[in-house]
Ligand binder design. Structure first.
Ligand code: 5AD
Ligand code: SF4
Ligand code: FES
Length: 349
């Protein structure tokens, strides 16, 4: 079999070649000595396609109650040690106002799969936010029937994040005791059809994951037409069945971020909190390897530590205003600027 070298792979990527395992793997599995060139190339592609602005999304983690039992997640329903909370609709709207006052053009409403938030209750919250503020709304609340997704879209939701987590059928089944890969894919196709700006992504470093598998994830995200792609290292949580797993690394995730930027020059790619949690400079490193989004937390500090999807999560003791200042300084310190406005996805003709 013919193998593609790192340099050949990078040339193909630069030329905008159709994503293919043959050249994605040499990039995703590149030697440490080659990684800086991969990151620099992605950074250049990002600057040329979408410029130096970094969009901030105010993240509201409004409920950590979840009906699912994902093997990797600290919020899984079988984790009896997790102290559960649910913000009221009034609190959620209030948080949104605070996010807007801090200058955020988007709020991300994220939660476990909490059935208390029926389609109607969620729609009410969306309508109230749209009536009382100017922010764009991103939902990140898991799998729901098409009717719910449609209702929320009609209520004014702009975007939806639903990570596929992995497209490998065996890994997906092993870590999702109550989930089905084809159904999750179907949710994403439905969201797309309904006109949401569509976000998905995967975790890096899941047990059994290989560069081939990650490259097939990238190809699948490309076929899906994802417009926002969030990836972070898997960080084992001590109260889950995967507590003894190795987990992902910052370097592995940076390679993935860079490859995603090469494949999706115009996409919104966040420097994720998980990156910042594994490495104090993790988010900056991601921003310098292709990322263009940060999602500072605006969840009330009273409940923030309880949204513990993985251990060592940053910002759990810092209020929203502190995080806004902190992240602004970090962005400017690497020569970038904080972008204003809603930061809708860029759809190239
Ligand atoms: N480590 C890293 N990321 C995790 N997520 C859930 N559990 C973990 C973990 N242990 C990610 C999933 C989910 C997102 C909200 O958080 O990818 O989609
Ligand atoms: Fe629930 Fe999401 Fe955690 Fe799975 S990853 S247990 S659906 S909060
Ligand atoms: Fe929260 Fe730095 S972004 S403390």
């Amino acid at each position: 079999m013919q193998t593609t070298s790192f340099q050949q792979a990078l040339s193909l990527a630069r030329a905008g070649a159709k994503p293919d395992v043959a050249w994605l793997v040499p990039l995703l599995a590149c030697a440490d000595a080659d990684a800086p060139e991969l990151y620099r190339t992605a950074d250049t592609v990002r600057a040329a396609a979408i410029g130096d602005g970094v969009y901030l999304r105010g993240l509201i983690e409004f409920s950590n109650i979840c009906r699912k039992d994902c093997a990797y997640c600290g919020l899984r329903r079988d984790n009896r040690g997790a102290e559960r909370y649910r913000l009221t609709p009034d609190q959620i709207v209030e948080c949104t106002r605070e996010a807007e006052s801090l200058g955020y053009g988007t709020v991300v409403l994220q939660s476990g799969e909490d059935p208390w938030f029926t389609a109607e209750r969620m729609a009410d919250i969306i309508r109230r936010i749209k009536a009382e503020t100017k922010v764009a709304i991103t939902l990140s609340i898991g799998e729901r029937p098409e009717a719910d997704y449609r209702l929320w879209r009609e209520a004014g939701a702009d975007r939806y994040l639903l990570r596929i987590e992995t497209t490998d059928p065996a890994i997906f089944a092993a870590i999702h005791p109550d989930d089905d890969l084809e159904e999750r894919k179907q949710c994403l196709y439905t969201l797309k059809k309904l006109g949401y700006q569509l976000g998905s992504g995967v975790m890096a470093g899941l047990p059994g994951q290989t560069p081939e598998i990650l490259s097939r994830d990238v190809i699948w995200l490309h076929e899906l037409g994802a417009e926002m792609i969030g990836v972070g290292p898997f960080i084992p949580h001590p109260a889950t069945p995967l507590k003894a797993a190795k987990g992902g690394t910052v370097e592995q995730t940076l390679r993935l971020v860079a490859v995603l930027r090469l494949v999706f020059p115009h996409a919104h790619i966040p420097a994720t909190t998980a990156m910042g949690s594994l490495d104090p400079k993790g988010r900056e490193k991601a921003l310098m390897a292709g990322a263009n989004i940060v999602m500072p937390n605006v969840t009330p500090t009273t409940v923030r530590p309880q949204y513990e999807i993985y251990p060592g999560k940053i910002c759990t003791g810092d209020d929203a205003r502190h995080c806004r200042g902190c992240i602004g300084h970090r962005i400017e310190a690497i020569g970038r600027t904080v972008a204003s406005g809603p930061g809708h996805v860029v759809r190239k003709k």
